[in-house]
Design a protein around this ligand. Structure first.
Ligand code: G3P
Ligand code: CA
Length: 225
């Protein structure tokens, strides 16, 4: 069962920071999950919200600020917002990167960056897993490069997500863990999909979901898996 660190090791370090990803790597996780938005000048920024208000000492929409402006803000007084490239450059061990596209506009740039790391650095496509609640964004990724592994996120409708995942030949399906049963987990796996539920932090929930034999668990606390 794969251990996937949510926004890095969010239970230990500030989410979506290089220290958080490094902590997850030190914990020998199988994958790290992160979120991307575009800056005003088209850089892929690793941040969950559409604004910087909650996680930094600044205010404003990510897509209204330049890379330079965004880099000047501080997270917990010491860290800055990484770019996706910063995170790729940090990960030099066998660990896949689950990139969650927070909106459609990020799709093309994420595909280009992945292609760059595949062609220039020799990374394999299976080092990446691109997921999103925005299925149009996933369709765009599949259209641009059908070798990039795709994960379909859903919080509400598993049947629809399953149909869409088959349609775009996704690698995995990422349901909110409350949607899962042992039966529907098996059903998805029988259709060739890996099942990666999120975000499971409580030990009791982890134990229960493990009995469904999911393929991996997305968690803030990889040590609890
Ligand atoms: O990718 C799973 C999970 O991260 C989705 O929810 O809000 O934490 O991005 P959120
Ligand atoms: Ca996410």
């Amino acid at each position: 069962m794969l251990r996937i660190a949510h926004r890095g090791a969010k239970g230990f370090e500030p989410e979506n920071t290089l220290v958080s990803f490094q902590k997850a790597l030190d914990m020998q996780v199988d994958g790290i999950e992160l979120d991307v938005h575009l800056s005003a000048d088209g850089e892929l920024m690793v941040i969950h919200d559409e604004t910087i208000d909650r996680t930094t000492n600044g205010k404003g929409f990510v897509n209204a600020l330049s890379l330079r402006e965004l880099k000047a803000f501080r997270i917990n007084g010491e860290h800055n917002i990484p770019t996706l490239r910063d995170v790729f450059d940090l990960v030099n061990q066998d660990c896949f990167i689950n990139i969650e596209l927070k909106n459609y506009d990020t799709a093309e740039k994420v595909v280009s960056l992945i292609e760059k790391y595949v062609t220039k650095k020799g990374w394999k496509y299976d080092r990446f897993l691109v997921s999103s609640f925005d299925w149009n964004a996933l369709q765009q990724v599949a259209f641009l490069n059908d070798k990039i592994p795709i994960g379909v996120l859903t919080e509400t409708n598993l049947d629809l997500a399953l149909a869409f995942a088959k349609f775009i030949q996704a690698k995995s399906i990422h349901p909110h863990f409350h949607l899962l049963t042992k039966e529907n987990t098996e059903q998805m796996q029988e259709k060739g999909l890996q099942v990666f539920p999120w975000t499971i932090n409580e030990v009791e929930d982890i134990q229960k979901i493990k009995t469904f034999n999911v393929n991996g668990i997305i968690t803030d606390f990889p040590d609890r898996i």
